[in-house]
Write a protein that binds this ligand. Structure first.
Ligand SMILES: [Zn+2]
Length: 439
C-alpha cells in the first residue's frame, strides 16, 4: 500500500525495496514439493507508481524467473541479478498510476543471508517454515521488500496430501487431488512483506478454550505433541484477553501458534501467527514469556509497524514490556521487579546504545528489548496507569494496520498527556547512557 511519505532504501536492510512504487495487493499461487524442496509460483502484484517508471525493481532471491508481465503484456526486458529482479515495461508507467506485475518463478528456495544471519524460507525435517524478519521475504516471493509498504495478500497453496498448510489468514477451503491438496485462504489485513508466512507440516489443530476474548486462539503441532502443546500453550487465551484489556482489541481475526517438530533457535512472529520450536513446549517462565512476547507483537509490530528498521524498539521494547505485564498478571514477578532487575543488569553493560537508532549490528541486541521496555516502564511511572494504558490503546487504534516512527509515538504522548511526559522519555530514547529508573 503506497504511503504518503516515501523513504529511501533502509540502511538497516540495505538494497531491499524500491521506493518509486508501492504494492497494494499480492496474489500468490504456490505449489510446494517437499521432496527436493521445490517451489513454483505465480505472483500477481497490484501496484501504484509514485514516480514515472521506465523500469522498477522487485526483490527475489535464489529462484528462477520464467515470465514477467506488466499490465498483461510481456515485459520489454527483465533481469534477475543477485536478489534484484529489474523489470522494464513495454510502456513507461506515468507517476501515480496503477499497474499490475505478474511473475512466474520456480526453484529450490533457501534462506536469504543478511547482516543478522539468514532469514526466510527454511526446510524442516518434514515440512517447511517461513520466518522472514527482517530481510527474508524475497526467499519465497517477488516483493517490494520494505516494512513501510503494506499490502493485502491472498494465498492459494498446493502441497502434498497429508500436510497442513498455514498462512497469515484462515483457510476458506481445500481442493483434494490424488496426491496433493490446494488450500485457499481469505484475504489478509494490510501486512508488511517480512510478516507474510507459509507453514507446511503434518499438523493437527489444538483448540484452546476461550478465556474472556472472542478471538479464536489455536495451536498447531504434530499429533504426538498435542497433549504437551495443549498444556504449554494453554495460557494463550488468558494472555489474549489480558492484552486486549491493556492494548485494545486484537487487530486480526484469529491467532495461531505453530509448533514445529524441530527445535528452533528463536521463536518468531508473523502476522496472525507465531512460530515456535519443539524446544519451547514447556510451562516454565522462560518459555511462557516468549509465548506472551510473540502474541504481543500482533499489536506492536504486526498491526502497528515501523516505517524504518532503526525504530525496532517500537516492536521489541513493547513486546518485552508485555512479558513483564503478563508475569505480574499471571502471579509471577511484578513488572516493577522485572524493570529493576533489568535496569541493574543494563547499568553494568556498555553504555553505547541509542535506542532510537541502535545501528544495523545492534538492531536485535537484547539491550534494545530491555531498554525499550524500561523506557515504557519509566513513562508509566511518570504518568500513572490510566494515562499510560490509555496511551497504548490510542497508539494501537490510531495506527492500526499502519506504519509508524518514534516521532509518531512522541507526538501521541505530547497530544494525549503533554509535552513534559514526552520530554521525560527523551533520555531513554536518545542518550547512550542509561537514565536512572524513577521511584
Ligand atoms: Zn520480538
Amino acid at each position: 500500500m503506497t504511503s504518503g511519505r516515501r523513504t529511501p532504501n533502509d540502511v538497516y536492510v540495505p538494497g531491499h525495496g524500491d521506493p518509486r512504487f508501492g504494492v497494494e495487493h499480492y496474489r500468490l499461487v504456490l505449489t510446494c514439493t517437499l521432496e527436493g524442496n521445490q517451489l513454483s509460483g505465480r505472483a500477481t502484484l497490484t501496484a501504484r507508481s509514485v514516480e514515472r517508471l521506465d523500469r522498477f525493481e522487485l526483490d527475489l532471491f535464489g529462484l528462477r524467473v520464467h515470465k514477467v508481465r506488466v499490465d498483461g503484456q510481456p515485459a520489454a526486458k527483465y533481469d534477475l541479478r543477485r536478489h534484484k529482479l529489474v523489470v522494464r515495461p513495454r510502456a513507461t508507467i506515468p507517476a501515480d498510476t496503477p499497474f499490475t506485475v505478474e511473475v512466474s518463478y520456480a526453484g529450490s528456495p533457501r534462506p536469504m543471508p543478511g547482516p543478522d544471519g539468514e532469514a526466510g524460507w527454511e526446510e524442516l525435517a518434514d515440512g517447511l517454515i517461513v520466518a522472514s524478519q527482517p530481510h527474508g521475504a524475497p526467499s519465497w516471493f517477488p516483493c517490494n521488500d520494505r516494512p513501510d509498504d503494506k499490502a493485502t495478500y491472498e494465498f492459494e497453496v498446493t502441497a502434498p496430501q497429508g500436510y497442513t498448510v498455514l498462512t497469515n489468514s484462515s483457510s476458506t477451503g481445500q481442493r483434494r487431488r490424488a496426491s496433493s491438496t490446494t488450500w485457499q485462504f481469505e484475504p489478509t489485513a494490510p501486512m508488511a512483506t517480512y510478516l507474510a508466512t507459509l507453514q507446511v507440516g503434518r499438523y493437527v489443530q489444538v483448540d484452546h478454550p476461550p478465556a474472556g476474548s472472542d478471538v479464536p486462539v489455536r495451536s498447531w503441532c504434530v499429533p504426538g505433541r498435542a497433549a504437551a502443546v495443549t498444556q504449554a500453550f494453554g495460557g494463550q487465551p488468558a494472555m489474549m484477553s489480558f492484552f486486549e484489556s491493556r492494548f485494545g482489541d486484537y487487530p486480526f481475526s484469529a491467532y495461531s501458534a505453530v509448533v514445529t517438530d524441530d527445535d528452533l533457535e528463536i521463536p518468531l512472529e508473523a502476522q496472525g501467527l507465531s512460530i515456535f520450536g519443539a524446544n519451547l513446549v514447556r510451562r516454565d517462565w522462560s518459555a511462557q514469556r516468549l509465548i506472551a512476547h510473540e502474541l504481543a507483537h500482533q499489536w506492536f509490530g504486526n498491526s502497528v509497524t515501523i516505517r524504518h528498521w532503526r525504530d525496532i524498539w517500537l516492536h521489541e521494547g513493547f513486546a518485552c514490556y508485555a512479558e513483564w505485564l503478563w508475569s505480574e498478571e499471571s502471579g509471577g514477578e511484578s513488572a516493577d521487579a522485572h524493570a529493576r532487575s533489568h535496569h541493574r543488569r543494563l547499568s553494568g553493560l556498555r553504555q553505547d546504545l541509542v535506542l532510537v537508532d541502535p545501528g544495523p549490528d545492534l538492531m536485535f541486541d537484547d539491550r534494545v528489548y530491555k531498554r525499550g521496555a524500561l523506557a515504557l516502564h519509566a513513562l508509566r511511572g511518570h504518568v500513572g496507569d490510566e494515562a499510560f494504558f490509555g496511551l497504548l490503546r490510542a497508539w494501537t487504534t490510531r495506527h492500526a494496520h499502519g506504519s509508524v516512527t518514534t516521532e509518531d509515538f512522541a507526538a501521541l504522548v505530547t497530544d494525549l498527556i503533554g509535552a513534559p511526559a514526552a520530554a521525560s522519555m527523551e533520555p531513554w530514547l536518545n542518550d547512550p547512557t542509561l537514565p536512572p529508573l524513577p521511584g
